[in-house]
Write a protein that binds this ligand. Structure first.
Ligand SMILES: [Fe+2]
Ligand SMILES: [Fe+2]
Ligand SMILES: [Fe+2]
Length: 394
C-alpha cells in the first residue's frame, strides 16, 4: 500500500489499525457492507498526514490528540471521490475526543472503532507483543469514557484476552488475516474510468502536498502523453489508459522525504539514489491494481532507456513499447520546460539540443521526439494551459 511506504516508524500502521478495527467490528456483528467501509476507512485513515513530520506526530499520542487537522485533510481529499464519500466522513471523525463530541454523526461508531485501533497501534513499542499487551490494555482502559467511546470497552477487553489477536497484529500475514474477516461478495465495486481517475487525482494531490511542483509536473506529463498518443495514432482506449499512466508515473515519490523532493540545490549522489527508487515504487503500487499491468509498465518505465542503461529495472528496447516510450519523452520534455526550484524552464533551442543528444545516445525513441518537435506549438500551449489549470486547482 502506497501509504505504508514512508517513514519506517509507521510501517504497517494502516494495516494494523485496519486489523484491529475489523476484529472489533466483527465481534460487534457489523453488517458486511459496514465492515467493508470500516476496513477501507481504516486502511487510509491517515491519508491526510502527508509530510514526514505529520506522520511522526501520529506516533505521539499526546500531540495527536491535540492536532487532528490531518482528519480534515483526509476528508477533503476523499469527499468528492466516487465510492469514498462515506469513507471520507468516517475519517473526518476518527480522532474525535468522545467526551467533547456535541452531536452524533452517521458513521460515528466506525470512526470510534478506528480511534480505538489507532490508539492501540500508536502505543506499541519494540518489546515482544506478548510482553506488552497488558500495558496497552491498561492505557486503553484509562481512556474509555474520556477520549474513547465507553461502550466499546467490554468487547475490546474480551478480544484482548486472546493471545492470537496480538500475534495476528504483528504477523507478516496480517493482510490476509484481515481480509478473511470480510465478506468477499461485498468487494464487488465497479469503478468507472472517471471514478478511477478521481481516485488517482487524490494521489497526485498527496504528492503535491509534499512538493508542489510535482502536481503540476504530473499534469503536464499527463497532458503531453495524451497529445503524443493521439499524434501517434493510438486508439482512444489506449490514450485513456496512457493518460492514467501519466498521472501516476511519479506516484512512488510518495516514498521520498520532502527534504530531498524540495531541495533547491543539486542532489548529492546518495540523495539521487534515494529519489531513483520512486519509479520502482510506482511499478509495485500500480501493478497490484487488476488489469493495470500495461499502465504499470508505461508509468514506471519512464526513466528506462532504449539502450538498457536507465533505471531502476534496466530494461531495454524490447521491453519498452510505444506507451513506455511516449511517457519517457513526455517526462523529459516536461522536466525541461518547467521552472524548477533551482532553475527556470528551458527554451525550445535548449530542449531540442538535449533531445538531439539523447536520441543519438540511444536513450529515447526518435520518432516520438520527432512528433514532439513537429508539433511544438501545441506542446507549448499544453504547458501554458496546464499551468493555468494547476494554479486554479491547487
Ligand atoms: Fe493513525
Ligand atoms: Fe520520475
Ligand atoms: Fe516525472
Amino acid at each position: 500500500m502506497a501509504l505504508e511506504l514512508e517513514a519506517s516508524e509507521i510501517k504497517n500502521h494502516h494495516k494494523r489499525v485496519a486489523y484491529i478495527a475489523v476484529s472489533i467490528g466483527e465481534a460487534l456483528e457489523l453488517q458486511s457492507q459496514e465492515l467493508l467501509e470500516l476496513y477501507c476507512a481504516a486502511s487510509v485513515h491517515d491519508i491526510g498526514a502527508v509530510k514526514t513530520v505529520e506522520k511522526k506526530c501520529l506516533l505521539n499520542v499526546n500531540v495527536r490528540l491535540q492536532n487532528n487537522h490531518s482528519c480534515y485533510k483526509g476528508y477533503h481529499l476523499l469527499k468528492n471521490v466516487p465510492h469514498f464519500e462515506n469513507i471520507s466522513k468516517i475519517i473526518l471523525h476518527h480522532q474525535d475526543c468522545w467526551s467533547e463530541r456535541k452531536e452524533t454523526y452517521s458513521f460515528d461508531l466506525l470512526s470510534d472503532l478506528i480511534h480505538v485501533a489507532d490508539l492501540m497501534v500508536s502505543t506499541l513499542t519494540n518489546t515482544h507483543i506478548l510482553h506488552q499487551h497488558s500495558e496497552i490494555m491498561d492505557k486503553l482502559n484509562d481512556a474509555f469514557g474520556t477520549v474513547l467511546r465507553p461502550d466499546l470497552k467490554d468487547v475490546i477487553n474480551e478480544i484482548g484476552t486472546r493471545q492470537s489477536f496480538w500475534l495476528d497484529l504483528m504477523s507478516p500475514y496480517i493482510d490476509k488475516l484481515t481480509l478473511e474477516k470480510l465478506d468477499k461478495d461485498s468487494f464487488e465495486v465497479n469503478f468507472t474510468f472517471e471514478a478511477l481517475r478521481s481516485l488517482i487525482q487524490v494521489y497526485s494531490k498527496i504528492i503535491d502536498m509534499k512538493c508542489n511542483f510535482t502536481y503540476r509536473h504530473s499534469h503536464l506529463v499527463t497532458n503531453s502523453v495524451v497529445q503524443l498518443g493521439m499524434l501517434a495514432g493510438l486508439s482512444s482506449d489506449k490514450v485513456r489508459r496512457l493518460e492514467l499512466s501519466g498521472l501516476m508515473h511519479d506516484l512512488g515519490k510518495i516514498s521520498i522525504p520532502e527534504s530531498i523532493l524540495r531541495k533547491s540545490g543539486p542532489l548529492t549522489s546518495d540523495e539521487f539514489k534515494i529519489i531513483q527508487q520512486h519509479a520502482y515504487h510506482t511499478y509495485h503500487i500500480i501493478k497490484n491494481i487488476p488489469e493495470f499491468s500495461d499502465i504499470a509498465r508505461w508509468a514506471a518505465f519512464h526513466h528506462e532507456r532504449l539502450d538498457g542503461k536507465g533505471y531502476p529495472f534496466r530494461v531495454g528496447r524490447a521491453d519498452l513499447d510505444i506507451g513506455c516510450r511516449i511517457v519517457a519523452v513526455a517526462d523529459i520534455f516536461s522536466a525541461l520546460i518547467e521552472d524548477r526550484p533551482y532553475r527556470s524552464g528551458l527554451d525550445r533551442g535548449q530542449i531540442e539540443a538535449t533531445f538531439i543528444k539523447i536520441v543519438k545516445d540511444n536513450a529515447v525513441d526518435a520518432e516520438i521526439v520527432h512528433l514532439l518537435f513537429e508539433n511544438y506549438d501545441l506542446f507549448e500551449y499544453v504547458k501554458e494551459f496546464t499551468e493555468v489549470l494547476s494554479n486554479y486547482e491547487s
